[in-house]
Write a protein that binds this ligand. Structure first.
Ligand code: SAJ
Length: 413
């Protein structure tokens, strides 16, 4: 089977890698020339374990190459970003539409087209299907169209792509069947056949479920700071109940999924999607909450930011709440030094420079490096050894260091 995958990012590239392992030939398409050139040399631009070796091996065996333009194939998979439109939070399908138009000249009767990008409910029926119908195809008869959302966790993509159950949402049952034959190449989880619109909403709801739960945890953290209770203890205790799973409060919700997908549902039914919108607002309010607490801990001085990526052990900083927190602190006049071991950027500094003469370490990402750090040694290097851990990663710190987290913020009131 030859597969053409449009979009060689966090999902498209690992997906390409897995198809090549199942003896498929893959052409990975992307608009970014630098990415294409690097990929063809075996250089990977995403930080995800396992991918580089597979792609290198596939290039050596002529099973993978990257290209700026699509090629004829048996199946086309679209894995491009779907941001949201700021005015009304609706799903911006422009990259998906562009990708559909781009593959059109290479499509032949009998091919399968799969959109993996997360899209708002009804997008496949109302927007994507007409593109191919206008070109003369009858969907389900001579072209098969499906929405098959990915549901993998960054950092564990390879494992989850293989083992997670997969939603296969065809426009017709025949479309679902054809799309399941494509994923059957490497997916070992269950292939669940359904309609496109059900697949779309299921995917958006998965991330909304998590966003709403995180909002609940964040609200709890705020309540606890207000009334004088240790939020982390409450979570630990409550989660001993067999049917309770309170999530973790944090500096806000980042990433390209949780911070965006709930809006796709909200935009479809703004009058009804009340909890969904409130959860987004609550999570969006967390940078301000972190900022206000920092101001209470130290009114001025140097702050060492530990981590800006949206989640631990990745170099992905899309939609990261860290940047809003940094902007608020800079505006207030604090001196900011950013230490982020997973991202290289000109204005980021190394560990020693970050903590030298610092008044506060503000942990904003749960990287392993920060969990395993020798905090004893930082005491002498900092001006005032204080840590505010917004990710709940430090249970204990050496004597002489003052630690704030969501368990004891009430002490500041
Ligand atoms: N977060 C909290 N508290 C928590 C859990 C997470 O504040 O208890 C924050 C994280 O710090 C991060 C954000 O939420 O900023 C999102 O992180 P995440 O690990 O929950 O999820 P993502 O965005 O990396 O991946 C999600 C996953 N969806 C679900 O778990 C329902 C993943 O399976 C999806 O494939 C992915 O979205 C996607 O692509 O849609």
């Amino acid at each position: 089977m030859k597969i053409c995958i449009v979009g060689q990012g966090y999902i498209g590239l690992p997906t390409a890698a897995l198809f090549t392992r199942s003896d498929c030939e893959v052409v990975g398409v992307d608009v970014n020339e630098e990415i294409i050139n690097n990929l063809n040399k075996g250089k990977i631009h995403i930080e995800e374990p396992g991918i580089a070796e597979i792609i290198k091996n596939a290039i050596d065996n002529n099973r993978y190459h990257a290209s700026l333009t699509p090629e004829k194939a048996d199946a086309f998979i679209i894995t491009v970003p779907t941001p949201y439109i700021a005015e009304n939070y609706s799903c911006d399908l422009s990259y998906v539409i562009e990708a559909c138009n781009e593959i059109l000249p290479f499509i032949e009767k009998g091919n399968t087209v799969i959109v993996e990008s997360t899209i708002a409910p009804m997008s496949t029926d109302d927007v994507i299907k007409p593109i191919f119908e206008k070109a003369g195809y009858t969907i389900g008869k001579d072209l098969y169209l499906a929405h098959c959302p990915e549901r993998v966790l960054p950092g564990k993509i390879i494992e989850e792509l293989i083992h997670n159950d997969r939603i296969i949402g065809g426009i017709t049952p025949e479309c679902s069947k054809k799309a399941s034959e494509v994923y059957g190449q490497f997916v070992e989880g269950e292939l669940m056949l359904t309609e496109a619109k059900t697949a779309e909403l299921s995917k958006c709801m998965e991330n909304t479920y998590r966003d709403v739960n995180i909002a609940l945890a964040n609200e709890l953290a705020k309540i606890c700071a207000e009334i004088g209770v240790n939020a982390l203890d409450v979570i630990k205790m409550a989660n001993k109940h067999p049917r309770v799973n309170l999530h973790s409060p944090g500096p806000g919700v980042g990433g390209h999924c949780l911070a965006i997908d709930p809006y796709f549902i909200y935009a479809k039914a703004p009058e009804t999607a009340k909890i969904i919108k409130l959860a987004r607002d609550t999570n969006n309010s967390m940078p301000q909450f972190v900022y206000e607490n920092v101001c209470k801990i130290i009114p001025e001085g140097k702050i060492s930011i530990f981590g800006v990526s949206y989640k631990g052990n990745t170099g992905d900083d899309r939609e990261s709440p860290a940047y809003e927190i940094i902007a608020l602190l800079e505006n207030k006049g604090y001196e900011i030094a950013i230490y982020e071991p997973h991202i290289e950027r000109d204005n980021f500094v190394d560990f020693n420079e970050a903590i030298k003469g610092s008044n506060l370490i503000l942990i904003l990402a749960d990287h392993n490096e920060f969990k395993e750090m020798d905090y004893e040694s930082i005491k002498d290097k900092m001006k005032t050894p204080i840590i505010f851990d917004t990710k709940n990663i430090l249970e204990e710190v050496p004597k002489g260091i003052e630690l704030y987290n969501y368990g004891n913020l009430y002490k500041l009131n």
